[in-house]
Design a protein around this ligand. Structure first.
Ligand code: FAD
Ligand code: MLT
Ligand code: ZN
Length: 489
C-alpha cells in the first residue's frame, strides 16, 4: 500500500530503531571542535570539514548498532562526505591508512551489514541527499545515495508518477542502502525489486576512481552491466553515490482487502488465482496469528476480524491502477477472492487502517524483544510443507522460542522472526536456514547476507558460485577495504 501514505512509517525506522542508529546531519562543535589524536581523522577533516568527522563516542554511538539492536560493533570514526569527489578522496585516504570502510545509509538494514566491525571507518552517505527534478518525458529521477525513499516517492507523486519499490522503512532507508541490499518490499510482484528499478548509477571504487553510468539510457549493451552488479553488493564493491531511478505510473485507483485463512496452503492457492486473473495486483502480503496478535496490541490497532482469536493467517491484497476505476478493481477482487469474511477498503483512510496491521508489525515485534530475523524465499509449492515442518522443529527446540511468520507471499518470501532466543546464539538461525535450503529456497530474499547470514551462505551457494563472487570482489577491491566482514564467507 505505498498509496499516498508516506507518513505512516514506524517511528523506529526513521529514528534508527531500537538500536538508535540515526544519522543526525546537524553539525556538532564537539565533533570537529576537538582535535582528535587519530591522524586519519585529521586528514579526513581536511577533506570533508571538521564538523563531518565524528570521533566523540556519544556521536559515534548510534552508528555502531543496527536497527534491531542485535548487531553491534566499534567504529574508528564516522566520516560524512558531501560530494562524490569527497567520497573518492576519503576512500583514497582510508586506503592509504589501511583503514577498512563500512558504507552506511539510513542504518535500517536488518542483517548487520552497516555496522562497523574491528574499528572500521563508517562512511555515512546521508549528506549525499540531492534529489533532481523528475524528468517527465523519461519517467526517471536522479537521487543522491543519501536521499531517503520517502522523499523520492513524494517527488515522483508530485510529478504524476510513483516509485516502484516501497518499504515500511521509507522515512529512514536511503536510495544507496536500497541499491546495496537490492531491497524488495511490498510491490515486487508488480514492479520487481530495486535492481529492476535502477536505470543507472555512479559509484566510487576502492582505489578512489569513479564509475558513472548515469545517462538514463533504457538500452545500453556496451559491455558488462556494472550498475546491475553493484545492486545487491552490500557495500563490498563500491560506494554508491548517485542513482538514476525508473518511475512507474501512479495508481490513483486502489482497493485493499484483508481475508482470513486457516492454512497457508490455501493462501498460496488463492494467491496463484489472484496473480492469474488480476493484472492490476500490487501486493499480496500475509501475517500469521501471532503477528496479528502482537501488532493489534503493541500498535494499539485492536482486533481486525470479529472473532475471539486472530485467524491462523491473514492475507492482505491490494490492486491499483492509474485508469481502471476503484469500483471495477473492487468488483474483480471480490469475484476472485469469493469470501464472505473478507474486509474490503476503498477509501484512503480505511485502506491505511488495513495496511497498518502489516506495516507496523516489524516495530511491534521489536517492542517484544530482539528477534532473530530470517528473511527467506521458498518455491511456492514448498511453502506450506516448510511452514508445518518449521513450526514442528521450533516447537521441539524449546517452548521459550516464539515464532512470528509474515511476509511478501506474492514473491514466496516469508519473514521468519523468532523471539525468545539469545541474540548471540545462532542455533535457531541454523535450524531455519537449513530447513529453507532443504526445501529448495534461498536464505536471503531481500535483506541480504550481511554479517547475520555470512556463515550460512554455503547452504545455498556452491563452491564455484562463491569462488566467482570472490573473484569479482578481488577485481573491484583487491585490498578488501570495502565492508570486508560481510557477505562472503
Ligand atoms: P543501511 O542499513 O545503512 O545499509 C545496508 C547495507 O548497504 C550495508 O551493507 C551498507 O554497507 C550498504 N550501503 C548503504 N549505503 C551504501 C552506499 N551508498 N553504497 C554502498 N553500500 C551501501 N527491506 C526490504 O528489502 N523490504 C522491506 O519490506 C523492508 N522493510 C523494512 C521495514 C522496517 C520497519 C525496517 C526497519 C527495515 C526494513 N527493510 C526492508 C530493511 C531496510 O530498510 C533495507 O534493507 C534498506 O534497503 C536499507 O537501507 P539503508 O539506507 O538503511 O541501508
Ligand atoms: C517487512 O517486510 O516488513 C520487512 O522486510 C521488515 C521485516 O522483515 O521485519
Ligand atoms: Zn520484507
Amino acid at each position: 500500500m505505498s498509496s499516498d501514505r508516506a507518513e505512516g512509517t514506524p517511528a523506529r525506522a526513521s529514528d534508527g530503531g531500537p538500536g538508535g542508529g540515526h544519522d543526525q546531519l546537524a553539525t556538532c562543535p564537539r565533533a570537529g571542535g576537538r582535535r582528535s589524536a587519530d591522524p586519519l581523522a585529521a586528514e579526513l577533516a581536511d577533506i570533508v570539514g571538521p564538523h563531518h568527522v565524528l570521533t566523540d563516542p556519544e556521536l559515534v554511538a548510534s552508528h555502531q548498532v543496527d536497527w534491531t539492536g542485535r548487531w553491534r560493533g566499534r567504529a574508528r570514526l564516522v566520516v560524512r562526505p558531501g560530494s562524490t569527489d569527497e567520497v573518492a578522496r576519503v576512500v583514497i585516504a582510508c586506503g592509504r591508512a589501511g583503514a577498512p570502510i563500512v558504507p552506511q545509509g539510513g542504518n535500517t538494514g536488518l542483517v548487520g551489514g552497516a555496522v562497523p566491525r574491528a574499528r572500521a571507518v563508517v562512511l555515512s552517505t546521508r549528506r549525499l541527499d540531492a534529489l533532481d527534478p523528475v524528468d517527465p518525458i523519461a519517467g526517471q529521477v536522479r537521487a543522491g545515495a543519501g536521499a531517503v525513499l520517502g522523499r523520492v516517492q513524494a517527488a515522483a507523486r508530485e510529478a504524476g508518477y510513483d516509485f516502484g519499490v516501497d518499504l515500511a522503512s521509507r522515512d529512514g532507508a536511503t536510495v544507496g542502502g536500497m541499491v546495496a541490499t537490492n531491497a524488495g518490499g511490498i510491490h515486487v510482484l508488480r514492479y520487481g525489486a530495486m535492481r529492476a528499478n535502477v536505470v543507472g548509477l555512479e559509484f566510487v571504487k576502492a582505489d578512489g576512481s569513479v564509475v558513472s553510468r548515469m545517462a538514463g539510457l533504457v538500452k545500453d549493451n556496451s559491455g558488462y552491466d556494472l550498475a546491475g552488479l553493484l545492486v545487491g553488493s552490500e557495500g563490498t564493491l563500491g560506494v554508491v553515490t548517485s542513482v538514476q531511478l525508473r518511475l512507474v505510473p501512479r495508481c490513483t485507483e486502489r482497493v485493499v482487502a484483508a481475508i482470513p485463512f486457516a492454512h497457508l496452503g490455501e493462501v498460496v492457492a488463492v494467491c496463484g488465482e489472484l496473480r492469474r486473473r488480476i493484472t492490476d495486483l500490487l501486493a499480496l502480503e500475509v501475517v500469521d496469528a501471532r503477528g496479528m496478535a502482537l501488532v493489534s496490541e503493541a500498535a494499539g490497532l485492536g482486533i481486525l476480524f470479529d472473532r475471539p482469536e486472530p485467524p491462523p493467517w491473514t492475507l492482505l491484497v491490494e490492486s491499483g491502477s492509474p485508469t481502471t476505476s476503484t469500483e471495477d478493481l473492487a468488483t474483480l477482487l471480490a469475484d476472485v477472492v469469493d469470501s464472505e469474511d473478507a474486509l474490503v477498503a476503498v477509501d484512503p483512510a480505511r485502506r491505511d487502517a488495513l495496511w497498518a496491521y502489516r506495516e507496523r508489525l516489524t516495530e511491534s515485534i521489536a517492542r517484544a524483544g530482539i528477534a532473530h530475523k530470517l528473511d527467506v524465499t521458498l518455491p511456492f509449492h514448498a511453502l506450506a510443507r516448510f511452514e508445518t515442518e518449521l513450526r514442528r522443529r521450533i516447537g521441539a527446540a524449546g517452548s521459550h522460542l516464539d515464532p512470528v511468520l509474515f511476509g511478501h507471499l506474492g514473491d514466496g518470501n516469508l519473514h521468519v522472526n523468532v523471539l525468545g532466543a539469545d541474540p548471540d546464539d545462532d542455533a535457531v538461525d541454523e535450524l531455519v536456514l537449513t530447513l529453507v535450503a532443504d526445501h529448495g529456497g534461498s536464505i536471503s530474499a531481500e535483506h541480504g547476507i550481511g554479517v547475520a547470514k555470512r556463515r550460512f551462505l554455503t547452504l545455498t551457494r556452491s563452491a564455484a558460485d562463491i569462488a566467482s563472487m570472490a573473484g569479482i570482489k578481488e577485481a573491484f577491491d583487491p585490498d578488501h577495504l570495502l565492508n570486508p566482514d560481510v557477505l562472503l564467507p
